[in-house]
Ligand binder design. Sequence first.
Ligand SMILES: [Zn+2]
Length: 800
Amino acid sequence: MMIRKGKAACLLLSMIGISSVVFGQQKDYPIQPVAFTSVHVNDKFWEPKMEVNANVTIPYVLAQCKKNGRMDNFLRAGKQLDGDKLSEFPFDDTDVYKAIEGASYSMQNKKNPTLDRYIDTLINIIGAAQEPDGYLYTFRTVHAKKPHEWIGDKRWVNEEILSHELYDCGHLYEAAVAHYQATGKRTLLNIAIKNADLLVKTFGPGKIEEYPGHQIVEIGLSKMYRVTGNKQYLDLAKFFLDVRGPKGDAYNQANKKVVDQHEAEGHAVRAAYMYTGMADIAALTGDTKYLNAIDDIWGDVVNKKLYITGGIGATGAGEAFGDAYQLPNMSAYAETCAAIGNVYWNNRMFLLHGDSKYIDVLERTLYNGLLSGVSLSGDRFFYPNPLASTFQHQRSAWISCACCISNMTRFLPSLPGYVYAKNKNDLYVNLFMSNSSNIKLTSGNVNIVQQTDYPWKGQVDITVNPVKTTAFTLRIRIPGWAKLQPVPGNLYSFMNKTPLPVVIYVNGKATSFVTEKGYAVLNRNWKKGDKISLALPLETEKVLANEKVKDDRGRFAFERGPIVYCLEGPDNRDSLVQNILIDKNAIAEANYKADLLNGVDVISIGGKSTKRQLNSDSLIETDQKVKAIPYYAWANRGPSEMTVWIPYEASAASPKPAPTIASTSTVSSSLKNKRMYMAIKDQYEPTSSGDTNYPYLHWWPAHNTSEYVQYDFNTEHTVSESKVYWYDDGPWGGCRIPVSYQLFYKKDGEWVPVKNTTPYTVSKDSYNKVTFEPVNTTALKMVIQLPADNSTGIHEWTVK
Ligand SMILES: [Zn+2]
């Protein structure tokens, strides 16, 4: 058990630069992050991304919040604007809070008086929207004639389900603490204090005993406690954990007491925020019960529920963790917010335990499943982050539920806070990026300079400049990828990796070192200008998933250092990648391309494209050069085919369709979204009507209507058979098999019903075949009657 009493002087907090708040003894994390304000990043990889966030994303998100009614919500609640029109969701207030939090961090990296003034005006508007007793939740305070159905008829009554009142409070607190730290102004902090005091009065034993429907207020209250020293905030955060379960839903982790939870279940963002909050409260109170739970849950995630990209939350149904090893690629949910939550959580786990395995997960998530959430341009976003695509995924300029967008805004400027950490005279080097930092150790102040071309090169040069020659311990993380373990546990492994030594030079001499908890430990008397060089063996590796992950069987993924690669259409022949097969022993080479995707390593390798043929099960294979790019950089050139997991066994390949009548036809439909058209003739065989992993065409949310799809043949054909596989995602989804359907063929420009010789059927989980008297035609049309209360969809439609 590593919780111990700490001194008040070291109240550094992970994402914020609290450096000198003193209010008496308090427990906290045994290891403290070095605040991002002390770490000046001048890195070729990260600095441009942080600049795009500051110069494009933050102003863009603030403008979108205004355009999409979020500022008006506050203005109306504060009686500064007439009317009762509100935006779409009661949690929309949090986008404004998260944008303020991001702007506050960003202003600490680089002063921005214009932004500072704009944030001041926003805070005025927020203050005016606060009710006299501190309550702040625009969706109630506006008193709309037709209140939003989620908010309940009184304060808090719907909190455990849908109102998100406490969720809004949590993000308010995080923003308030960040703004206070950035500017020294107490304007937003005072609003937050008034609100938190109301919560203290309202919730607790003998008061309202309810848990937050969507966790985050626990983290927010912990931050408020650190800044103000008001222990009631910590007590309330602990209460919100302890009051949870066992009679609620697994969906929001309320089906068990939190200390009795040992597996990751339910909504992934809620879960990650809760585990983060549990770590905070374990650290701040010394209560080990929370630790036992989150240690087990962490083991469950890394061994069974983590994408190779670091994404968590496999399934779109409930935005939730799936079952063990349930990691579908094309339908992967892996929400950007969940990736950010995973970084928060793993950082806390490291601060508790001092083990590099947590930073291994953090780094994997950061460079892959988190970074993929924002475009290189900074103004297009992913909510789910799939690991395969056939054109159906595209970044959005805005999403009505904008949580991922505003979360990205606040995360990126705080990134330098994850590079270093310290414990008295131990200095941890966790992430590798060029920077210059000033760090206070027990033995004195040290300037530390990192220079590296990471993640493209494994060479990291570190210069230490202590103010005076002094002894301290440098703990340099040896990443799991540089050893034999891409991820802690047995979910992923390297194929044929030859272990190469990690070499560390001190002042030019190779130095032996001991390794503790994944760190190379260098303990000596350091003097100004001492140079450490770390040579990490960064090679192109092939990674395999545990055999239990059925979606990755017969496939491998490319990795170089912390970067996971993918095949994307624009780099490959005919813009196709799903049809590619690569021998598992093929040799890859990598080259840096400065002019591609803002500068990336590109992997090149010999492979084959595969194609089905008519009347034969064997595939036509053609040699071709295959290229892979970093996963985070995909979907910056429009919708495309993409895959992270590359087949090396023909059984895992998705060959190009054989030239059937359907596959060579042009699709048209009553459905406007043309990106779905390809799905019905792609020759992917669904495993069931509810299979969401392969593309399908659907008319949701339309219902009770008559719809059609149509094949215009490439030439005249004689046809007499049709087979259709319906999409049906009941009982939770909105699509069911249709009521009925009928086929028509084109004759002299008119649509004429075919004369069927077998009945039309509408069954689930299999092809519905109908035969009809042969017709000679250029087009066939299927007219479908949707159910009264549901929509319908089609996986596949073949014609003979
Ligand atoms: Zn989100």
